[in-house]
Design a protein around this ligand. Sequence first.
Ligand SMILES: [Fe+2]
Ligand SMILES: [Fe+2]
Length: 170
Amino acid sequence: MKAHVIEAVNGQIREEFESSYIYLAMSARFTTMNLPGAAAWMRQQAQEELLHAMKFFDFLVRRGAEPRLSAIAQPVVTFERPIEAFEKALAHERHITACIHALYDLAQKERDYALQTLLHWFIDEQVEEEETATGIIDSLRLAGETGQGLFMIDRELGQRQAAPAEGEAE
Ligand SMILES: [Fe+2]
Ligand SMILES: [Fe+2]
């Protein structure tokens, strides 16, 4: 692999770990807010982001390149209303989508076909991530952000299933 392509993949590994960190911080905040369903949902999301990081990590290893881990920024999570968290999550996922697309542009430019194939999975995954966050924001707007509506949504968020095992996700 070309050195600057490896560097770009390493950058994406950091982005995915940073995503995990952000969602884990949101999970902690939701626990404090007595919203166990949203806390569980965010914890699950944090777990999925770790799998994303490891997909890129393993890809480099398999290509004979060494992953280089860099510092992860401290997550700034200071929301007061649940909807703010999901709005931030959506904005963050849009940022990640842009990163994935930029990486894909680079893979095409450098004719790294294996990286392009790996990125097809991530391109689809980002459509899902944005769709999911948008859906939760819509539910919160519709069903109300307090009282019974919020109670129902929190219960629903708590029913989120674990991410499929590594083999199934590919
Ligand atoms: Fe991700
Ligand atoms: Fe994500």
